[in-house]
Design a protein around this ligand. Structure first.
Ligand code: PHE
Length: 454
């Protein structure tokens, strides 16, 4: 069977950017940067982007393009059975992430509706945990299904699996061509509104103020590398899968730079937007920005709703746009991560795309119901913690060591990418992948093992 391909270069880039830009950019980056040196964080961040993020993106684009398969098949074609397992490992991590990532998108979708009349009331924290999540059981128990989560969750899966079933060009590409420009427009509106709020300056000062001492602290560098991996969706099998649908004549390195910088621009914008809003909150309440700054669930579903309550003028719209942007950014990432196992299953078992979507996606959807129960948040926190601690960086580390040192494939890959690309790969790329990334990730894993196990 002829392999599906993207219709246009812009289509591929939008899909890759769609994967990279997700919840992490909006609710994770602003706080990670703020917490790790503010303005000074850009030094380790850029370093991580240029020595790990973009080099690995180029690596994965090249692998997908050259070997034209999902991660396990590409690794198999590169170095045989001895490497195929690495693709399955990445797919397994992707599967697990997709299962709970979908649930958070479902919350965001539900909150989009709540925003219209601020249905969350004045005590947004109690609303989230008691009324919405109905977290009334002991950790480890499921309780019953919470329909307010289950229904949007079903919608999230129907949209995602429907798009994947429609195919690479007619499904994933077509959806991203609508979603990504929409997301950019919505986000620009949000950020412009945010920076014109009273007190925005306070937040921006807190965000950008550089603490240069921070960059002497190794944990700040670890945070930068960890964030780059998650944010760019690398070492998840995604970028290999997406680039396996590239037409033969495709610029590889340039596409990787565009994807990397687009993702970073988006998160910088998110940082500005989020901290401007936090500044507004600080100005209203008289608290310091440091007291309101946070990330993740607390930021998006407790702090933001509380701030939206205080908005001048018609406050429904800002909330709708904010939660809609989370929903859209999340959906395009969920599509990509689900595609890793859809492609893996369909190639391994020779089944059609539709069957693979039904089996792989169906299984993920079923398991995700666990997180739509009363005890769902406990399970979600637990899985998220372990996956983030051990899943991603570990695969990244094994991937670079295997490819650069055990199977010594960097030159083969470089010779594949260079004739196709404007930007030529050379010493920078090889040193980044062969030396810098393994050292940093190795140090990171060692630290994790020490604090968690020893
Ligand atoms: N890159 C996405 C984000 O920033 C997260 C993600 C990771 C999505 C892995 C898919 C796979 O939120």
């Amino acid at each position: 069977m002829e392999r599906s391909t993207w219709g246009t270069r812009a289509g591929f880039i939008m899909a890759a950017v769609g994967s990279a830009v997700g919840l992490g950019n909006i609710w994770r980056f602003p706080y990670v940067a703020y917490d790790n040196g503010g303005g000074a964080f850009f030094i380790p961040y850029l370093f991580a982007l240029l020595t790990a993020g973009i080099p690995i993106l180029i690596l994965e684009f090249t692998i997908g393009h050259k070997y034209r398969g999902s991660a396990p098949l590409s690794f198999f074609r590169m170095s045989g059975k001895k490497l195929e397992w690495m693709g399955w490992w990445a797919i397994l991590v992707s599967f697990v992430i997709s299962v709970y990532y979908a649930v958070i998108i479902a919350w965001a979708m539900r909150y989009t509706i709540f925003s219209i009349n601020q249905a969350w009331g004045t005590d947004t924290e109690t609303f989230l945990f008691s009324d919405f999540l109905q977290l009334t059981v002991e950790p480890g128990q499921t309780g019953s299904i919470v329909w307010g989560i289950f229904i949007p969750l079903a919608i999230v899966w129907i949209i995602t699996l429907g798009i994947l079933a429609a195919g690479v060009k007619r499904g994933i590409e077509a959806a991203n061509r609508i979603f990504i420009p929409t997301l950019v427009v919505i986000f620009l509106i949000i950020v412009i509104r945010a920076v014109t709020l009273e007190g925005a300056g306070l937040g921006l000062t807190a965000f950008f103020e550089p603490n240069f001492d921070a960059i002497m602290d190794p944990s700040v560098w670890v945070a930068a590398y960890g964030h780059i991996f998650f944010s760019l969706s690398i070492a998840f099998a995604i970028m290999i899968t997406y680039s396996s649908y590239l037409p033969k004549k495709s610029d590889i390195t340039n596409n990787a730079f565009i994807t990397g910088f687009a993702n970073s621009s988006f998160e910088l914008l998110a940082g500005i937007g989020v901290f401007a809003v936090l500044g507004f909150m600080a100005a209203q309440s008289g608290d310091a920005v440091a007291d309101v700054a946070t990330a993740g669930v607390g930021l998006a579903f407790v702090v933001f709703p509380a701030i939206i309550n205080e908005f001048p003028g018609f406050n429904g719209l800002f909330g709708v746009l904010f939660f809609l942007s989370l929903t859209i950014a999340g959906l395009t990432s969920l599509m990509s991560i689900t595609e890793t196992y859809v492609a893996g299953i369909s190639e391994k078992f020779g089944t059609s795309r539709t069957k693979a979507v039904l089996v792989g996606g169906g299984l993920a959807a079923l398991i995700s119901i666990l997180f739509a129960t009363q005890g769902g948040l406990f399970f979600l926190d637990l899985v998220d913690y372990y996956i983030n601690q051990f899943g991603v960086a570990a695969i990244g580390l094994v991937e670079v060591i295997m490819i650069a040192w055990v199977f010594r494939k960097l030159d083969t890959l470089k010779d594949h990418a260079n004739p196709l690309s404007d930007i030529q790969l050379g010493g920078w790329w090889k040193i980044s992948l062969g030396v810098i990334t393994p050292i940093v990730l190795g140090y990171m894993m060692f630290g994790l093992l020490r604090t968690n196990i020893l």
